[in-house]
Design a protein around this ligand. Structure first.
Ligand code: FAD
Length: 373
């Protein structure tokens, strides 16, 4: 039947595309439906940072499978994916202490401690006065503006059907009702990101789904700063579950509240990644079910100021500002629900969906247990 496939995926963000990719690898016939005419959701608005190492110990298995999925997808679809790792300068003793504990906990294969001079050199600002630093060699980088669109294009060339501009209005028992008629499938995996509230309002309420908005900027990249840069900072050490499990994370939280109250107030995870066309700078976090559409210029400037200080950029040239969005829940990092035997709903509800996408897609397809989310 023309409108039937083995697998139907709702959503062409990275989670939907990773699911389509894995099912296609298994030889299933796959159709992807998206309300937009190309990927424009969270998956292109982010840093393109696959921060496997910073995730909780319990999800390291999922992170490993996600990493392998990124490697296969990039090799086959031909998009840029760098295994350049993450750099974290320790600017204070408190930051250094968390990094030392993390290195001790995870071991040399996952965390390499660096001198202040080494980390400064690696991020392209030899003048940075860091106390010390760390490199997380397993982390990866992609260009978020390239990866999902390239994967969608490649899958389409491989025979995966794409129904763009088609809004799904209901899904149950192998049938998807859409703005362009009905589609059927043996299984349906629904990955609507922050669109979950429209499609499954009861599930969204159950998990307290809200939208997180993040102030982001793209600035020109000086040639001395690597295009594959991934730079985390002290605020990141109080955010990702892997770091926050360290004994000294609480002390760092207190130190940051005194030293950088403005960053703490806007719930910043100050970080920078490089892409060929510039440096992606962010981010702050604000939570609402119906968020304000406005970009707070003071927050944008604060993040710009602190990040360019670390990189030694005196007069940043701003190319773009945007308010990124992702689905959030205060009670879980992942919604993986099976409302009926043929339907799986998968939504990453914190800012780690690029990192874990291929690992979560595998869980969505296999029905595997969800450890530690
Ligand atoms: C500023 C920012 C920075 C981030 N940084 C990182 C990072 O460095 N590392 C990391 O791991 N993660 C990061 N994230 C999080 C990450 O981007 C998301 O977790 C991930 O992209 C979610 O992917 P998704 O496929 O679930 O959602 P999306 O990319 O939003 O895709 C959902 C798709 O579903 C479609 N859709 C929704 N409802 C319907 C419907 N009813 N009918 C048809 N189509 C529908 C939408 O059109 C959309 O294309 C960041 C996010 C933001 C916003």
């Amino acid at each position: 039947m023309h409108n039937h496939s083995d697998l139907l995926v709702v959503g062409s963000g990275i989670l939907g595309l990773a699911t389509a990719f894995l099912a296609h690898e298994q030889g299933q016939s796959v159709r992807v439906i998206d309300g937009e005419d190309r990927p424009v959701g969270s998956s292109i608005q982010n840093f393109g940072h696959a921060c496997f190492t910073g995730q909780a110990d319990l999800v390291q298995g999922v992170a490993d499978r996600a990493r392998a999925g990124w490697q296969r997808a990039a090799a086959q679809a031909g998009f840029w994916a760098a295994e350049s790792g993450t750099y974290i300068p320790a600017m204070t003793e408190a930051e250094q202490q968390v990094l030392h504990e993390f290195a001790e906990h995870r071991g040399a294969g996952q965390v390499t401690l660096l001198s202040g001079a080494e980390v400064a050199e690696s991020i392209g600002n030899p003048d940075l006065q860091a106390v010390s630093g760390a490199h997380l060699p397993r982390d990866m980088r992609v260009n978020p503006r390239e990866a999902a669109p390239a994967l969608a294009r490649w899958l389409s060339g491989q025979g995966v059907e794409f129904a763009w501009g088609t809004r799904v209005t209901a899904v149950a028992d192998g049938v998807a009702q859409t703005s362009r008629g009905e589609y059927t499938a043996s299984r349906i995996v629904v990955c609507p990101g922050y669109g979950l509230r429209d499609l499954f309002p009861t599930l969204a309420e159950k998990h307290g789904i809200r939208t997180c908005t993040l102030v982001m900027s793209l600035i020109d990249r000086p040639r001395r700063v690597p295009a594959d840069l991934a730079l985390l900072t002290g605020t990141s050490l109080t955010r990702y579950d892997g770091f926050t499990a360290m004994p000294s994370a609480q002390a760092l939280r207190r130190e940051l509240a005194e030293r950088e109250p403005e960053l703490v107030d806007c719930i910043a995870n100050l970080m920078v990644t490089g892409i060929e066309g510039g440096l992606l700078i962010g981010d702050s976090h604000a939570y609402a079910t119906s968020p304000e559409p406005f970009i707070d210029e003071r927050i944008g400037n604060l993040l710009l100021d602190r990040s360019t200080q670390l990189l030694g950029i005196d007069s940043p040239m701003i190319g773009q500002r945007w308010l990124g969005r992702y689905a959030d829940s205060s009670s879980t990092n992942l919604v993986l629900e099976r409302p009926d035997e043929r339907t799986t709903v998968a939504v990453v509800t914190s800012g780690i969906g690029m990192t874990l996408s291929f690992g979560i897609a595998e869980l969505a397809l296999t029905g595997g247990d969800v450890p530690g989310f």
